[in-house]
Design a binder for this molecule. Sequence first.
Ligand code: UN1
Length: 499
Amino acid sequence: MKTFRNFIAGQWTAPSTGEYFDNVNPADTSDVIGRFPLSGEADVQRAVESAARGFERWRHTPAPERGDILRRVGDLIVQRKEEIADAMTREMGKPLTETRGDVQEGIDTAYYAATEGRRLFGHTVPSEMRQKWAMSFRRPIGICGIITPFNFPLAIPTWKMFPALLCGNACIFKPAEDVPHTGTLFVEILLDAGLPPEVIQLVHGIGETVGKAIVEHPEIPVVSFTGSTETGRIVGETCGRMHKRLSLEMGGKNAQIVLDDADVDLAMEGVLWGAFGTTGQRCTATSRLILQDGIHDDFLSQLVDRARSLRLGDGRKKDTDVGPLISEAAREKVERYIDLGQADGADLLCGGRRPEGREYEKGHFFEPTIFARVDAGMRIEQEEIFGPVLSVVRVRTPDEAFRINNGVKYGLSSSIYTRDVTIAFRALNELDNGITYVNAPTIGAEAHLPFGGVKQTGNGHREGGWEVYEFYSETKVGYLDFSGRLQRAQIDNYPGTPD
Ligand code: UN1
């Protein structure tokens, strides 16, 4: 079995602890991908010391040159797209069509970042004084701690690291312990493309040790974390105490609304993809379906038939629609919510159990599940399950649908199917989410637009698009006075000011 290493101080190195963990295929747990380092605090310490040297060099590299390296990264990912998608499916389970999309999102993010090297705009604005210039520009910040989840093993690290690197920072990267192989391939590609070695450090391990050491390290001023709202709260408390800049991307309880006037066939395709794609393990997954009275019964019965016919299996097999959950713990969590839903009186219409059959014995499979007669306020309607479980709520009016959409603590994405342009625009205005889709599912974010949510989904920052470059750079302002005399702002330039 292959033993993998960390990448610290420009070398592929064994962990200081001497300990490792097995990375297994969630569709077949007898398939072990490799042993990966169970690193300790000392590894993070060494990574920080090296990243400080990397940062000194990289911050002085012109931004367009940094962008050129990221363009080469994009080119290399293009060349290795199929291989990375296959490795990703093997270690986290979603079907190849989805992992290919994940890789493509990384490519798009690379090319966007590459061109940003020739923009990275500041502002030059008029000064209120004569013969004085006023301008703002961007400076890198330092070492960024990058902590990423399992569900988008390539796309999410690229959302964070490409802008961080383009802005001139160094990165310490801890991929989720479920997807260390994709993380390793990614770092190999960064190095192959010519990124100076000490600019990137890869430290494998678990959140409680490596993640914690990164978040608590005084020489890491920037942290970006995607994961659960519970862990995000702990990260946020520490970063708040230490005055760190922090970007949080956390839970969701996203709803698709289907109104009576909708194109129901389109809405059907949307909810199947939104709810059961990635086995429901997306922050943007559709976990609530809000149906208006008039179409409720027909839509639901068709949906149950369609959900029952989805093919569960190994994501590397051609005809698989839905892969396994990431781990046994994830499957047990989903099962607890099945019990909760039933105890609260919701109707379990399909799924709710592990599939039977030899091909499922070695994986963490779970049947696509639909609960109907779900009331607003039930736990299966309020809490993030992160599995293939859809809760259906019946409403009479669009207003009621909007209210239910907004009645949760999360606010990532929402979707509405309607042909009424007035309602569509009202939805954009009134749904409390970072992203609203009209006649499209809750999933489908594109790399060149800001991604993120309101309320307890995030802390006000965005990934993707242009806004993320604000997060990874410090704005500095320069004033140049060439008048040759003392000009006092707010004092000398207003009439009525006595000499
Ligand atoms: C996530 O749900 O965890 O929205 C990220 C999408 C993806 C990203 C999702 N591009 O479709």
